[in-house]
Design a protein around this ligand. Structure first.
Ligand code: ADP
Length: 399
């Protein structure tokens, strides 16, 4: 059984084709700069070098035509009947979707209804779905939502202290994101610990360009740092994370900045980039090593803000079986992991320096043996998780 996973953005489509009999990737690629003069397609087949081609892709229709032609030309998909389904990443499912959904017109309508909550993502996700249906109409399509894992948050965690009609009439609440990644690493962590997920308490740190932390109790998300949008929570590459909301009014009043200018400032010019001019963590380390004080400050702030959330989620969870690091930074940045875990023995957190330098892949425990709490470094795989969830959705008996 094969499953194609599609992640359609406004100007790109990422894809992976899985053979679910052994969960192996048959091909993975990305079509970029859709709608521009110089669109490109790059893909990798197992045990071969990456292939990169210039293509014509004026829109998502042409992008998917290129994709399906490539699958046939590479002989990884000879007949569309080999496909059990196509799994689509959808960023926002609002309150409608707690689980993946087999796509029909009603599901598409509901994804469209929450466009105001994810104006940059949901329209592109929908474009990908519509085009896949047009070109592969006989293949079932499943939507897997970034927000779904966090639908188990209790009301006192997801509500904001604002007048209630903003929630009731306008959906103003915490939704949380990166749910596919938090869920995937939670399952892997439980396996590593030899426990059932439904008995496991975790603090999962997804640290990539975007970053979020989730408190997981008995396998269920009970709080998470991203909010109504992915701007809240941890300091990120170019997003500010938690700041005093009154800064917005101050900037508007004193500098006469428009809402659009402030939105762009907080999303694209803040976080690490705002502090030291760079958003890529590897580059920030190089700057800090060369003595750049602002880069050192960005690193100190980044680690400090993660630490504060760990403390908060310890208080929320009471018992924690493991702290989990994932994402490009969480998986690769030994320095940051050490800083985050420094002086945390009170919580049972103590890192083993040597293990931290080279964690066992794909799931390594870098904790000192005598401490109760495991510190796990786990490689996330959102595409595989989407494929797994899409398959489970297909296998569910219809009501
Ligand atoms: P995205 O959120 O776009 O999926 P990733 O999870 O790939 O991003 O994370 C990207 C971040 O990971 C970048 O800031 C990058 O510098 C950082 N990163 C990747 N490898 C390393 C490394 N070896 N050490 C420190 N940071 C790293």
């Amino acid at each position: 059984m094969k499953i194609l996973v599609l992640n359609a953005g406004s100007s790109s489509v990422k894809y992976s084709l899985f053979d679910m009999s052994n969960r192996s990737v048959l091909i993975a690629g990305i079509i970029e700069r859709i709608g521009e003069e110089a669109a490109s397609h790059s893909y990798t087949l197992p045990d071969t070098d990456r292939v990169r081609e210039d293509i014509v892709s004026r829109n998502h229709q042409q992008a998917l035509q290129v994709l399906f032609k490539t699958l046939a030309a590479c002989r990884v998909l000879n007949d569309c009947r080999e496909l059990a389904c196509i799994g689509h990443r959808v960023v926002h499912g609002g309150e409608h979707f707690r689980e993946p959904a087999l796509i029909d017109t009603q599901v598409m309508q509901r994804i469209a209804e929450v466009i105001p909550l994810a104006p940059l993502h949901n329209p592109a996700n929908l474009l990908g779905i519509e085009e896949a249906i047009r070109q592969m109409g006989d293949t079932p399509q499943v939507a897997v939502f970034d927000t779904a894992f966090h639908q188990t948050l209790p009301d006192y965690a997801y509500r904001y202290p604002l007048p209630k009609h903003f929630y009731a009439e306008h959906g103003v609440r915490r939704y949380g994101f990166h749910g596919t990644s938090h869920r995937y690493v939670a399952e892997q962590a439980a396996q590593c610990l030899g426990k059932s997920l439904s008995e496991t308490n975790l603090i999962t740190l997804h640290l990539g360009n975007g970053a979020s932390v989730t408190a997981i109790q008995n396998g269920r998300s009970i709080d998470t740092s991203m909010g109504m949008t992915p701007l809240e929570g941890l300091m990120m590459g170019s997003r500010c994370g938690d700041i005093d909301p009154a800064i917005h009014f101050y900037l508007s009043r004193t500098l006469n900045l428009s809402n659009e200018a402030i939105e762009s400032l907080l999303n694209k010019e803040s976080g690490c980039k705002g502090i030291c001019g760079e958003n890529d963590m590897r580059a920030i380390h190089r700057m800090a090593e060369a003595g750049d004080e602002q880069a050192k400050l960005a690193l100190a702030m980044y680690a400090y803000r993660i630490k504060k959330y760990i403390g908060a989620y310890f208080a929320v969870l009471g018992r924690v079986d493991a702290l989990v690091f994932t994402g490009g930074i969480g998986e690769n940045d030994a320095w940051l992991r050490e800083q985050v875990c420094l002086d945390m023995t009170l919580f049972g957190i103590a890192i083993d320096q040597q293990k931290n330098q080279k964690p066992v892949r794909p799931c390594g425990n870098i904790s000192q043996p005598n401490y109760g709490l495991a510190i796990l470094v786990i490689a996330t795989d959102e595409e595989l998780e989407i494929a797994i969830q899409a398959m489970q959705c297909m296998e569910q008996p219809s009501l």
